[in-house]
Write a protein that binds this ligand. Structure first.
Ligand code: ADP
Ligand code: MG
Length: 568
């Protein structure tokens, strides 16, 4: 009985104090110093700042100072700003469906104030105020000197939440996290000037009014920016803009994908997959492209209220997004890479115009003018061909070119039928039982690629015809390869197109030539390449050719240039 009464006493329900509520909220919103930087920089952007300076000491655990030249707050608003759920950005729940600002919950300042010592100095151009906040309460307020804008200083972050502090990474790791975050923020607003100073050293310095390409160069490096394909796509209310990385710079993971939706860094599988799809056969299966893409759409097409940190978004009209993004990326590959924009005059690219040869001109295309005699095969040099095309000197990788040519020819011809070369002396290949089962199941598809096969015994096939470019000695290994590839389709439906691509890829990979035996053969190779849809990359994403114009060659000779950077 006594026991029961004691228990009953303990069940009194109390309202939490504001301080406790704010600390709990802070636990959700503020995970680390980087979250503080993110919230405060986003506030500055919401205030239309054109210049934002961030200074951190000790990975931000010691001090974070964020200064902006935005519209500032009047003294009453400054005091109000640290109250939980105080916001100037939305008024009612309905507003949530067309949010244009970054913040809207009115939680950040209240949360940060409850777990640090915070000072706000702000001015709208006239009198400036300064308020000091501790444990969420204003402890001091007064005037100060400041031009228009706001400076928020956060000291001793997590001082009163030791459990949270204990789980922070080391200051260098925290600084690295802030650097990555600031890079993303700078890429999200290329025209705003950002500065990051970490432990007294300048870590990021950008200029105001930069274009996206300028900023990508400054933050992601010349190599990415100059090799990437610019994308600019506008249709009705959809606007996509950015840089689509060269397939040869693909990565094994998605780390180098910079995606911004209405200027907010997000990750979104639907969008990433659509971009990947736009690369088509330029990328191998497990590789991921590099890209920097800004997607601007009416706010009511996206739902950002999914996660407190707003990283993942949900799209309305997913289908529309998927198709348009894929189309935009495909289109970008038809454009000249950003590199050529640096090297004036703009050189002709393989991708732009069909190639023709002097020798063949008179016979085949008598009406062409002299300018259109585009490519001359100057020489072959081991695994490479040297080409000259107007203002360009190019090195062509025979193996990649041949891989691309065979792959596309196989794909085009397999819809009619790849020419078969009947063998005078048919030969047999032995496969393992599972391999032979696969070959039997998909025999028709394999035969469309130029083979004639006859099962003549247990796991033995007689090869009666081959595509002309394959050597007999390759066939056994190839059939075994194909059998393994075909296993992927077990249990799948609707795979005809994908199966043709896979088969073509494997066959082309085996059959590609690594060199040419004569200039004439080199010319034929270049001519066949000119008919390919994608002339710039092999199906694995490697570059088919590297172009130089006078400028880029000259740059190779300048002492302070690292040739690897230009060639890469
Ligand atoms: P939210 O951004 O979700 O509205 P915050 O707690 O981050 O909530 O900020 C509260 C309010 O304080 C904002 O709505 C805004 O009016 C004001 N504010 C915060 N930071 C700034 C700033 N740098 N410049 C101008 N106003 C600011
Ligand atoms: Mg905010």
């Amino acid at each position: 009985m006594y026991h029961f009464r004691k228990l009953a006493c303990m069940q009194t329900i109390r309202l939490l104090t504001d301080e406790t509520i704010n600390q709990i909220a802070a636990g959700e919103v503020i995970e680390s110093p980087a979250s503080v930087v993110k919230e405060l920089v986003e506030n500055a952007l919401d205030a239309d700042a054109q210049k934002i300076t961030v200074e951190v000491v000790g990975g931000g655990l010691q001090t974070i100072v964020i200064a902006d030249d935005g519209k500032g707050m009047n003294p009453d608003d400054a005091k109000m700003s640290i109250v939980r759920h105080a916001t100037s950005k939305i008024e009612k729940a309905q507003d949530l469906f067309h949010i244009a600002s970054k913040g809207f919950r009115g939680e950040a300042l209240a949360s940060i104030a409850s777990i640090s010592k915070m000072t706000i100095e702000t001015s709208q151009g006239d009198a400036a105020v300064r308020i000091e906040v501790e444990r969420g309460e204003i402890v001091k307020e007064g005037r100060c000197a400041r031009t228009r804008g706001t400076t928020v200083t956060v000291r001793n972050l997590f001082h009163n939440v030791p459990a949270r502090k204990k789980f922070q990474k080391s200051p260098p790791a925290l600084s690295a996290e802030i650097l990555r975050l600031m890079t993303m923020l700078s890429l999200s607003h290329p025209s705003v000037q950002f500065e990051l100073i970490s432990n007294g050293k300048k870590a990021i310095q950008t200029r105001s009014g930069e274009t996206l390409v300028d900023r990508a160069k400054a933050l992601l490096g010349d190599v990415f920016a100059s090799e990437a394909f610019p994308l600019d796509f506008q249709e009705e209310s959809l606007h996509f803009q950015g840089l689509i990385g060269s397939p040869s710079q693909s990565r094994p993971n998605r780390m180098a994908q910079y995606l911004f939706l209405n200027k907010r860094a997000v990750s979104c599988d639907v969008i990433s997959d659509a971009i990947r799809k736009g690369y088509g056969t330029r990328l191998e299966e497990r590789r991921h492209p590099l890209f920097l893409l800004h997607i601007d759409v009416p706010p009511d097409l996206v739902d950002v209220n999914v996660h407190p940190q707003k990283l993942h978004v949900r799209l309305r009209k997913e289908e529309l997004f998927r198709d348009k993004i894929c189309e935009a990326v495909e289109r970008a590959f038809g454009e000249v890479p950003a590199a050529s924009m640096q090297f004036e005059p703009v050189p002709m690219r393989f991708d732009e115009a069909p190639l023709l040869f002097k020798e063949e001109l008179t016979e085949q295309e008598p009406y062409l003018s002299i300018e259109e005699l585009a490519v001359e095969v100057v020489d072959h040099f081991g695994k490479f061909l040297i080409l000259k095309e107007r203002e360009l000197l190019s090195i062509l990788d025979i193996e990649s070119a041949s891989f691309r040519i065979l792959f596309e020819e196989l794909l085009v011809e397999s819809s009619t039928e790849v020419p078969k070369q009947g063998l005078l002396v048919p030969f047999n290949v032995d496969l393992t039982p599972p391999e032979s089962a696969m070959v039997l199941t998909h025999q028709a598809a394999i035969e469309e690629m130029g083979f004639s096969l006859k099962a003549i015994g247990k796991d033995v096939f007689m090869v009666e015809a081959l595509p002309p470019f394959l050597k007999e000695s390759e066939v056994e290994g190839l059939l075994s390869d194909l059998a393994h590839t075909l296993q992927e389709f077990i249990g799948k439906v609707d795979y005809e197109k994908e199966r043709r691509e896979k088969l073509a890829l494997k066959i082309a990979m085996r059959a590609k030539s690594k060199s040419v035996s004569s200039l004439e053969e080199g010319r034929r190779l270049v001519e066949r390449l000119s008919k390919c849809e994608n002339k710039a990359h092999c199906p694995r994403g490697n570059k088919v050719r590297i172009d130089f114009n006078h400028d880029s060659i000259e740059r190779l000779f300048t002492a302070n240039q690292d040739p690897a950077r230009i060639l890469n």
